[in-house]
Design a binder for this molecule. Structure first.
Ligand SMILES: [Zn+2]
Length: 390
């Protein structure tokens, strides 16, 4: 049986151990500071005698250290030097205890159970057994959790042998083991059976921040950050807010109002632009109709395709003739008619758009060209095909 030092001293970063079994890439040791994955928390990384550890997991009560593939040089009975990646471990400890505290607060203040925890590389999540949370509940839970941090409450670990002994404690969750029970308690805040490493007092968690909630299988999934993760997140968001504030000549507190105002201004400009486009399209369609023979054709220097489409649409409201419209700006040609002109627009594009690409239906087709010359040549070919040069 491996002595699990990480359960007694969460702060030991290096130690020596003896190899009990070395099999392939896997090692079983007589003692270890490497915590395996447990209850949603990932395993420790680090090295054993200089060989990188890629995974640590518990199998049949044994802690199995998986080494980098093909690198194991240790044999049964060898002495091994263990060193964990402390930054990763402490980050896990901060976020894990943060989750204990948030869960304890949601339970004691709102009587909501935590049904599942996962600690990812970027953020932690847990699932609360309630369909939704109000913003007020989130803020209150966050405040209470951070107050527990500010009070620097010592974290107690109590080893118990039977469920009867454990029943003396106000456990937040039902026990999942019958013996060798480790109860982790933050007095007045949380009490739960857990065998992961935790900081020795709550102040080491640093900031606890809920960064989002989402609906998940009838429950509410809470996304949170603690400690250095929360600091890095604040730093990044501060950069974003500061840059936006400068762009909008605002500060962090007036930024939203300024963005809202700018949005309203944009909406007004967009509406005005649409009205102008419609008016332009009406005029262009009127002019096309006046100059048209069997069909109408127009080549425009600055009109974009949105303008061209609106013009075509307006023209088709006025006439059944086919219309050929080209945008020099976008090197694109639109062929269209309202349905009774007997021209197959898609077929014309396929047969005549040399150098261009595009297609469409009988009543509407579009072709894009690499240069203006090939586009204008296509327009001429379509005109010739219509047998009605203008
Ligand atoms: Zn825990």
């Amino acid at each position: 049986m491996t002595e699990k030092i990480y359960q007694q001293d969460c702060y030991l970063r290096e130690c020596e151990a003896t190899v009990l079994r070395s099999e392939g890439d896997e090692l079983i040791l007589d003692r270890t500071i490497f915590a395996p994955d447990s209850g949603g928390q990932p395993w420790d990384l680090g090295t054993i005698s200089g060989i990188p550890v890629t995974k640590v997991t518990e199998r049949n009560g044994e802690v199995v250290h998986v080494l980098k593939k093909g690198k194991n040089t240790l044999a049964d009975g060898d002495r091994a030097e263990l060193a964990i990646d402390w930054e990763r471990r402490f980050d896990h400890m901060q976020n894990h205890l943060g989750e204990h505290i948030l869960s304890g607060v949601f339970k004691s203040r709102f009587d909501i159970d935590n049904k599942g925890f996962h600690l990812g590389d970027r953020e932690g999540t847990f699932d609360l057994d309630i369909p939704s949370l109000t913003p007020e509940m989130i803020t209150e839970a966050e405040d209470l959790a951070n107050e527990a941090v500010f009070r620097a409450i010592p974290v107690q670990r109590i080893r118990l042998n039977t469920p009867e002994e454990a029943a003396q404690y106000p456990l937040r969750k039902a026990l999942s083991v019958e013996e060798d029970i480790l109860v982790v308690t933050v007095p007045g805040v949380d009490c739960v059976a857990c065998c992961c490493p935790h900081p020795s007092d709550t102040s080491q968690i640093g900031l606890i921040k809920i960064i989002g909630i989402e609906k998940y299988k009838g429950m509410t999934r809470v996304h949170f950050l603690c400690g250095k993760r929360a600091l890095l997140d604040y730093r990044q968001k501060h950069i974003v807010v500061s840059e936006l504030a400068e762009q909008y000549s605002a500060d962090a507190y007036s930024l939203l109002k300024k963005v809202e105002k700018a949005g309203q201004k944009n909406d007004a400009i967009r509406r005005e632009l649409n009205e102008l486009r419609s008016s332009l399209a009406r005029r262009a369609a009127d002019a096309l109709l006046e100059e048209s023979g069997r069909y109408a054709a127009g080549v425009y220097e600055d009109a974009d395709m949105e303008q061209i489409r609106q013009t075509a649409k307006r023209f088709m409201e006025l006439s059944e003739k086919p219309v050929i419209l080209a945008s020099i700006k976008e090197k694109t040609v639109l062929l269209a008619h309202s349905g009774s002109a007997g021209v197959q627009c898609g077929k014309l594009v396929k047969e005549l758009a040399e150098g261009g690409r595009g297609g469409g239906s009988d009543t509407q087709a579009q072709a894009v060209f690499p240069d203006t010359e090939s586009m204008l040549a296509f327009v001429e070919r379509v005109k010739e095909e219509s047998g009605n040069e203008q």
